[in-house]
Every structure is written in structure tokens, then in C-alpha cells.
Design a binder for this molecule. Sequence first.
Ligand SMILES: Cc1cc2nc3c(=O)[nH]c(=O)nc-3n(C[C@H](O)[C@H](O)[C@H](O)COP(=O)(O)O)c2cc1C
Length: 217
Amino acid sequence: MTRSKALNKASDIVPNKTRNKISAPKILIIYKSSTGFTKRYAELLAKRLGCALADFKNIRPAFLSGYDIIIFGTRAHAGSIDGLKKLRTILKAYNRRRPVPCASVRDTSGMAHPLCAIFVTGAVPAAEKDTIEHLWQNNLTEKELSRLPHFYLPAGLCYERMCFTDRMMMKGLAFMLKRKRGKTVRDIGLEKQISCSFDISSEEYLEPLISLFSQLK
Ligand SMILES: Cc1cc2nc3c(=O)[nH]c(=O)nc-3n(C[C@H](O)[C@H](O)[C@H](O)COP(=O)(O)O)c2cc1C
């Protein structure tokens, strides 16, 4: 599990002072999954946290109003975070609708913000910390990097379930690597790795997410 410097302790998550009676925050996990890795992680997480789960396809801002914390799970896709733009739009509308957030993240000035977290699955192993850090730096804004808890979960590749476009993209990458001159050790490793389906996912990668959110209950 890798994550860059952001909120990582339950003490970073504070109940909003404007609420007198604090009940356990209601958590919703939204997942966007194409070949099943993210869905599987989302289901495991929902089971461990005992919270609600929804497919990204069915999400509308109104649907979110009953929840205090939103966890978004998606995949890394050609260096991007799949669905992030749409998620930002949904959350913006959601934040406008919410009268009082029950659990929130405190920023450096002590101000409280509605809580949301993101996890991203990918084919990159956990040991490739620089690549994972690049994923965050290239996709999240400065604000998100410091305020949004973000987690990378190693998953794998599943050619059997991949859509045509994705298969073509992988074929293109494989072709490029095959033709490349002066391959680095990493290129050779990547070429071998993407030649067939593999699964490096493990429930243990969910532990940092579980410890962050289970303490709120
Ligand atoms: C076209 C394509 C591009 C991908 N790009 C990346 C990437 O940039 N980084 C990464 O770690 N994994 C990448 N992957 C692997 C997926 O992120 C990984 O298989 C993910 O777990 C799929 O999630 P899903 O099964 O929920 O759809 C890519 C896969 C495909 C098919």
C-alpha cells in the first residue's frame, strides 16, 4: 500500500463542531470497475466497514445526501485516474446540497470540510513507489494531495474481461516495448508482465483504509 503525505490518522478526521449529538458517520463506497479488481476491493472494504456500496454508473448527487463519508474506488488508466473528473463534479454538487457535514477533515487553518477518500487500483506493484507517487502528483490538485486521503491498491491485469479498446491499448504498449531499442531492466520487466493476465491483489492492502475509517465507528 502506498500513499503520499496526506491525512492518514483518525485524529485528522474530526466531528463537525456544529453538531451536538454525533452518531457514527454513514459511509458510502462508490466503485468504478471495468475488469473486476476495483469492485472486488470495494466489496471487501464495504464488508469490513459494514457500509453501503454503489456502482459509479448509478450515482447521482441526490443519492449521496444520506451519507457523511464518500470513498471512491477506481482504476489507474494510462497514467490517469479513471472517472476523477466526473467524481469531482458529483462531489461539488453534493457539497452544495449538504446542510451540515457530520464528519469532516480539518485543514491547516482548522476549518472543517466534508470527508471523502479515494483508492486507485492498478497493475503497478506496491514496491514501485515513484510511479505511484507520480500518479498522485499528475492527477490530484495541491488541495486534494493534502486534504484527500488517497490509497493505491495493487491489483493486476485481466485480459479476459478487458474491453476491446483497452486490449488494443495494451497491445500498442506491448508492440512499442518490443520494438524499443536500449531497453532498461524496467522495460524488460514491464514487457514480460503485461504479456498475460496476472493478479497481485491482496486484502492486506486494504488495512490502511480500514484502520482510517473503522476508528470513526
Ligand atoms: C489500457 C490500460 C491502461 C492501464 N494503465 C495503468 C496505469 O497507468 N497504471 C497502473 O498501475 N495500471 C494501469 N492499468 C491496469 C489497471 O489499472 C488495472 O488492471 C486495474 O486494477 C483495473 O481495475 P478494474 O478491474 O476495476 O477495471 C491499465 C490497464 C489498461 C487496460
